[in-house]
Design a protein around this ligand. Structure first.
Ligand code: ZN
Ligand code: ZN
Ligand code: FE
Length: 720
């Protein structure tokens, strides 16, 4: 039969995941000639030979693809046969204006782990071991195509052994760009043994990781954890823990099948798990613990032969600043926190914090989307013009669009200081370059005070699209669930600027991408004191009761007076503030040290066996919880019963209001739905009432997800 030649272009995650050697071996197996190469427009292969073999080749291309690959699009063209002999891997090509998807960083694979723990292997004990199936990607890539000179590995010249692996298509390290060994690759600033000894002795170490520095100490050493808190100026927000192994993690926490898959998967995020015992120093007052497993060879080696089985591993930063990546910066910024530094000479190009997931109904749901997830794109469902959505203020992430791709940045953080703003701008410049995006319009939150809003409005020349905060929450949820048309969107959170100038946060919207109608909301309550009102939940309680036990009367008098004359007072429908009011009313919490703390503690104490609720009423647009609050204020029941009944009340009120609105599809979004007690009560109740319920999975329900919604709304409404 006459030979046929095909040109196949694959797009998706097909670079840096061992795709070229796979194609090479596959072509040989089917006796085909031709070549394969990486380009900035994806992976391109031309294959020539027997038509039957070509058909088998094409089938195997997707059915046998390497584990980390993801083929989004295949484009095949028939070409005249050239009589080419042999199959080769050609130089990468940069094609102007084209872009390729970039793999997120991948946790150390089982084979590399075997290499570093085998005394006979030449990489025994080498902390920068990696292969085409694992290792750093996004955090070291400076430009595409993904080749060594475009990474922070450019300065390391491979030794003959490493070069031989790199050149051998049969080798697991064939074209593994960060390939290295102790003879030629990056090295540590100090021996691992000393790091282990110091950790075991209770010291706090700054350790350079994949996407930034960690601050680490022995999780079981309460004195060490305590001094880390003091030095990091972090009063009682929980710390994440890295456990030696899955078995060690199982000793700390209860782990479901879904959790196990999350812990062991290629992303290795922090997984929120139910603790088996209390951790007063690591996670005060919290029944859960954020746990991850070692995800770089350095982490694995830190546990090798060490007496500890769990380390606190928290982002190397001060309070709410971005994670430190630079070695010099590390010494100046972390010098007052760490007793000692374990660093290395492989540069981090892009910062990325550890991601956080939590499982619900058998799915891992992202709460902080960063290392291992970014810069993987989400499908917009159709091609849209190039856009920038700048996101919100807290837990900021922004979103760019390119073709059908929504490129959601890694978690940037709270845009409240200069360092975080710089991180935002650096990441924006980098993602625009990597994905070749030149935005034609900018979407932003309506809140005039957000740094992100001001930033967007200062960019000259481009159309600006203001998007209401809760509309963005719901549009993001719709987009990731592939929904169109109109849904009932329940957006419950702490704060979002409303179209009437009030602070919204307990919203029932009938929403599509192009617009929304506010159909119901939690009844407005006055809130005095701006930011202080968020730090001091007792101020929320005063909207419902005239006096509150546990807070000095003269402070209360000031707040009551402020409300009376409207001084520094806003009207709010915030669900977060409603939780605050309840926490203060039952004397659980009058002041908080981090966002959401009162609600988290209220959830933590709720008695799961309680089925009853309090009264509420829905009058017109107003969902009024005053009857519930009056009952709580007068109640003599134990706090766990009250907390449970309150959660049940909110869940029932959601179902009741969705019934009144009547649409069959309900999207739940906003930070409040990180509350598992509320979620596990609301979702089944909505289903029993006949609704189809949609939740977040790939993007956070908190403000880390709103940039995606802003992008979806801008794409539907921009003046093209
Ligand atoms: Zn590997
Ligand atoms: Zn080497
Ligand atoms: Fe929000």
């Amino acid at each position: 039969m006459n030979p046929v030649r095909l040109r196949i272009r694959l797009r998706g995650i097909v670079q840096g995941v061992g795709f070229r050697p796979f194609v090479h071996n596959l072509a040989r197996r089917h006796g085909l000639s031709g070549f394969v190469l990486n380009s900035s427009a994806g992976l391109i292969t031309e294959v020539e030979g027997d038509p039957a073999e070509l058909a088998l080749f094409r089938h195997a291309l997707s059915s046998e693809a390497p584990p980390l690959a993801w083929i989004q699009e295949t484009e095949t063209t028939e070409l005249p046969a050239t009589g080419e002999i042999g199959f080769g891997i050609r130089e990468s090509q940069a094609i102007t204006g084209e872009f390729a998807l970039i793999s997120p960083d991948v946790a150390t694979c089982a084979e590399c782990l075997r290499d570093i723990t085998d005394p006979a292997n030449r990489r025994f004990g080498y902390p920068f071991t990696n292969c085409t199936n694992c290792g750093p990607r996004y955090t070291i890539i400076r430009d595409i195509p993904y080749d060594r000179p475009n990474t922070t590995m450019a300065d390391f010249r491979m030794c003959p052994d490493c070069q031989a692996e790199y050149d051998d298509p049969a080798n697991r390290r064939f074209h593994a760009q960060p390939n290295a060994c102790q003879a030629c690759g990056p090295s540590l600033s100090a021996p691992l043994e000393e790091a282990r000894r110091r950790l075991a002795a209770g010291e706090i170490l700054a350790i350079k990781g994949l996407g930034g520095y960690h601050l680490a100490c022995d999780a079981r050493n309460e004195a060490a954890v305590h001094s880390l808190r003091l030095r990091k100026r972090r009063s009682d927000k929980p710390f994440a823990v890295m456990a030696r192994s899955l078995a060690a993690a199982e000793g700390l926490c209860e782990i479901t099948e879904t959790d196990r898959a999350a812990l062991l998967g290629p992303r290795h995020p922090i997984v929120i798990l139910r603790s088996r015992k209390a951790w007063p120093a690591v996670a005060p007052g919290n029944p859960t613990l954020g746990v991850m497993l070692p995800y770089t060879p350095l982490h694995h080696l830190l546990f090798e032969g060490a007496p500890y089985d769990a380390l606190v591993m928290t982002s190397g930063n001060l309070s709410e600043e971005p994670i430190v990546v630079d070695n010099v910066e590390a010494v100046t910024r972390l010098g007052g926190v760490a007793d000692w530094f374990l660093t290395h000479n492989r540069d981090i190009y892009m910062r990325a914090d550890d991601s956080v997931v939590r499982s619900f109904e058998g799915r891992q749901r992202v709460l902080r989307r960063s290392r291992g997830f970014a810069p993987q794109t989400l499908d917009l469902g159709r091609t849209v013009p190039e856009l920038l959505a700048v996101g919100g203020e807290l837990k900021n992430a922004f979103c760019l669009t390119k073709g059908r791709h929504a490129i959601l940045s890694q978690h940037i953080g709270d845009l409240e200081n200069y360092e975080t703003l710089v991180f935002f701008l650096e990441t924006l410049a980098n993602l625009k370059k990597l994905f070749r995006v030149e935005p034609r319009a900018i979407a932003h939150d309506l809140h005039p005070g957000y740094l992100s809003t001001r930033l967007a409005l200062e960019i000259p020349g481009l159309p600006k699209i203001g998007v209401q905060h809760h509309h963005a929450h719901i549009a993001g949820c719709m987009l990731e669930n592939g929904l169109d048309g109109e849904v009932t969107g329940v957006a419950f959170d702490g704060t979002g600027y409303g179209t009437d100038g009030a602070i919204w946060g307990g919203e029932f919207l009938v929403a599509g991408y192009a617009g929304f109608t506010r159909r119901a909301h939690i009844r407005y309550a006055p809130l005095a004191g701006g930011d202080a009102a968020i730090r001091e939940p007792w101020r929320s309680a005063l909207a419902y009761v005239p006096h509150l036990a546990g807070v000095p009367e003269q402070k209360q008098r000031v707040v009551r007076r402020m409300v009376e004359i409207g001084l520094n007072t806003v009207q709010t429908s915030s669900c977060g503030r409603l939780f605050d009011a309840v926490a203060a009313l039952i004397g659980l919490r009058y002041e908080v040290n981090f966002e959401g703390q009162a609600a988290i503690e209220l959830e933590a104490i709720a008695d799961p066996s309680v089925e009853t609720r309090y009264d509420f009423c829905l009058t017109g647009e107003e969902l009024d919880f005053r009857p519930a609050i009056q009952s709580i204020a007068a109640s003599t029941e134990p706090r766990p019963v009250i907390a449970a009944r309150f959660h049940n009340t909110v869940a029932d009120a959601i179902v009741h209001t969705c019934r009144q609105i009547g649409l069959p599809r309900v999207c739940l979004s906003g930070g409040t739905f990180q509350n598992m007690k509320l979620l596990s009560r609301t979702v089944p109740a909505l289903r029993r009432a006949g609704f189809t319920v949609y939740l977040h999975e790939k993007v956070p329900p908190n403000d880390g997800g709103i940039a995606l919604g802003q992008a979806a709304i801008a794409a539907a409404t921009a003046p093209w």
